[in-house]
Design a protein around this ligand. Structure first.
Ligand code: FES
Length: 156
């Protein structure tokens, strides 16, 4: 485990189960994903079994257990975006990519995640491609967006 991850863990006190989710989030922000080794270390630190940690972490869509793709699509499913139809956009992404949230395509190109509120509630559904915001996204835009992203990535 890297020195950065060791130093993140040192910010927390061992054995505090309520720290599990923020700890995993901070480690993922640093490492990009939660490897098996990290899950085991976090389990020992917090005092939970590896199985329990996986069970809890998979409940939260933001955690990734494999390295992310080159293009990370994040779709907001917070209350406002939900009311504006984010579920239809999510279904379309899933239909087009075959991926569940947190998965990465076999070619390592796409990952997608579901998040809760990115601060643009009045202009949702909101989606980001890496850090680039797309507002008022409609399901019908998704196939074209994915095609363009693939083309750009393959010719980059
Ligand atoms: S609910 Fe989607 S940006 Fe706030």
């Amino acid at each position: 485990m890297s020195a950065e991850i060791e130093s993140i863990m040192k910010k927390y006190r061992p054995g505090r189960r309520e720290d599990l989710i923020p700890l995993l989030q901070e480690i993922q922000d640093e490492n990009g994903y939660l490897s098996e080794d990290i899950i085991v270390k976090a389990g020992n630190f917090i005092g939970l079994s590896t199985t329990k940690i996986y069970g809890l972490a998979t409940f939260y869509d933001q955690f990734r257990f494999l390295p992310a793709g080159r293009i990370i699509i994040r779709i907001c499913n917070g209350t406002s975006c939900f009311l504006n139809g984010s579920q239809n956009v999510i279904s379309k992404i899933r239909e087009e990519t075959g991926l569940a949230p947190g998965q990465t395509s076999r070619d390592g190109l796409f990952s997608y995640e579901i998040v809760t509120c990115m601060g643009g509630c009045t202009r949702g559904p909101l989606l980001t491609v890496n850090d680039d915001y797309q507002l008022n996204v409609k399901p019908g835009q998704i196939p074209d967006l994915l095609r363009k992203l693939r083309y750009i990535a393959e010719n980059d």
